[in-house]
Each structure stands twice: as C-alpha cells, then as structure tokens.
Design a protein around this ligand. Structure first.
Ligand code: HBI
Ligand code: FE
Length: 290
C-alpha cells in the first residue's frame, strides 16, 4: 500500500514500506523472524564497513555505545536493545514502516520513542540511499540515544516540533535537525569528531565531512543555521560544529518563535556558501597567544 508523500528535509518523498499495518501513532511491529539470511548478512557488512571507519572520527560517546546494539552478526531485535536503552536514558526504539508524517515523528521523539525503519536497503543500495532505512536509523541514530545530554536534546526536538506552528516553523526546525542530528560535527580535545547519523551511516561522507576542501565547517550559530538551505541527495556542502551536547540541548530547548520570526526576514543562504567574515573552522589556523 503506497503511502502519502512525506516531507523529508526540504523534499517530499513518497516513501516505500508497508503502511497498511501500522498503528495510529505510525508505529508497527518489527517482524524479526521475517528477515532473510541475506538481509542479516547485508546488515552485518554495513556494520563492519562503518566500524572500520568510525574510530578516531566519530565522537567518543557514539563509539562507546555501539556495543549496546549487538549488531555485528546481523539485524538485532529492537526488543533486545530496549532494556539497556531505557535504563540509560529512558528512550526506547519503536518500529515504523518508513518515513512518517512530521507530526507523528515529533510526537514520538517528545515521548522518548525513537522511530526505526523496519526495512533494509537492497544490495545495490549498499553505498547510498536517500531515504532512512533500518541501517541508517539503527546504526546512525540509536547509539547517541545512550548519551544523556544528547538524549535530552532529542526529546527537546520532539517537543519543539510539536510546538512549531505552520510550515515555516517546521522548515526551520527541520534545518536544525538536519544540520545537527543528521549531519552535525562536534569539537573534541582530539580535534573535530562526527555525531550526525547521516554521516556515521555513510561510507563516503565520513571522510568528506572531516577533510573535504569542497565542504565548509562553521561554528554552530543558530540564527545562521536556520537560514541555511541543504540538499538531501548529495554529500553536505556545509557542516556546523558544536562544542558540546549541552550546547545542542541549550539551543534546542527554548521557544524558537522569535528566532523563526528573525529568520523569516532574512535571505536564505545556499549550501556551501560562506558569508563575509566566516571561516571554515577546520582550516582556520588556531590563533597562537603571542
Ligand atoms: N520519519 N521515520 C522517519 N524518520 C525520519 O527521520 C523522519 C521522518 N519523518 C519526517 C522527518 N524525518 C524529517 O522531516 C524531519 O526533519 C522531521
Ligand atoms: Fe536520520
């Protein structure tokens, strides 16, 4: 049964997935027994590829939480992960048929229920897929839900999404979600690290996000971020760097209304653009005290 188009980022996608058997809150059942040996093997290959890439590139909290997924040998049961996740930060994984309406998505986040897509990409999509699939959601998003401050920020996103009235506000909140939860970078004592799920679940974008001269890496600046457009079908041209998950929580928790009003009066900024005075933080030569 095809579902209605869903806004994903700044695009509208008619998602694939079986929406005929989901509940009123858009959740469904993870029929773990229906996954084929080939799907378990494909999932394990995706995990192995990213596990070889993330050390030294993903933030420590992500790497430290990965063992909780118990995903090395194939697709885990969400029910097996949930007791550990619930104990850590009060979150739980809920199964969804795929992309769901923004209102349902934010309602789940505000209740500390993270929607994980039940279908896995096809072998021919091993290197790239536009829609979030089981691997993107589980491997990319779930580990950081074990990190308390990030977990609080994710619930604040949900609450903010529910408060956001009208399309403009949701468009701005979608940009914040995109440039942080999906494609965010974080400063660490050992240099730039990745926390965005869209990067951590992608083979090519891990290197691109940290080192590509084609990308811009800007200090997190919420008013500037809310004006920043992005594309969902290519590596990002702009990344924002937070100093801590506390900063992300502080930026996400308050009422956004005044920021939306301010953003609506200013021109949008194309992905990859640098405004006068902005520098790419990854290449900025650290100032040395004289
Ligand atoms: N639905 N299942 C699912 N997963 C997402 O990441 C998702 C969604 N619906 C809407 C959406 N993301 C984006 O529009 C967010 O910016 C809200
Ligand atoms: Fe995602």
């Amino acid at each position: 049964m095809s579902s209605v188009p869903v806004t994903y980022g700044e695009s509208s996608i008619t998602p694939r997935g079986d929406y005929a058997h989901c509940n009123a809150d858009s959740t469904c059942v993870q029929h773990w027994e229906r996954y084929t040996p080939e799907e378990h093997a494909l999932f394990a290959r995706l995990v192995a590829r990213q596990m070889a890439l993330v050390p030294g590139r993903a933030c420590d909290a992500f790497v430290q939480a990965l063992p909780h997924l118990q995903a090395r040998n194939g697709i885990p049961r969400f029910a097996d992960i949930n007791p550990r996740l619930k104990a850590a930060t009060g979150w739980e994984i809920v199964a969804v048929p795929g992309l769901i309406a923004e209102s349902a998505f934010f309602a789940l986040l505000s209740a500390r229920r993270f929607p994980v897509t039940v279908w896995l990409r096809k072998p021919e999509e091993f290197d790239y897929i536009v829609e979030p699939d089981l691997f993107h959601d589980l491997f990319g998003h779930v580990p950081l839900l074990f990190e308390p401050r990030f977990a609080d920020a994710m619930q604040a996103f949900g609450a903010g999404g529910l408060k956001a009235q009208g399309q403009h506000a949701l468009q701005y909140l979608a940009r914040l979600y995109w440039y942080t939860v999906e494609f965010g970078l974080i400063r660490s004592t050992k240099g730039l690290r990745i926390y965005g799920a869209g990067i951590l679940s992608s083979a090519g974008e891990v290197e691109h996000s940290l080192h590509s001269p084609q990308a811009r890496r800007l200090r997190f600046d919420l008013p500037r971020l809310l004006r920043s457009r992005y594309r969902i079908d290519a590596f990002q041209a702009t990344y924002f760097i937070i100093d801590s998950f506390q900063q992300l929580f502080d930026a996400t928790a308050p009422d956004f209304t005044p920021l939306y009003a301010q953003a609506a009066t200013q021109p949008e900024i194309e992905a990859g653009a640098l405004l006068p005075g902005e520098v790419d933080e990854a290449v900025a030569v650290p100032t040395v005290a004289i």
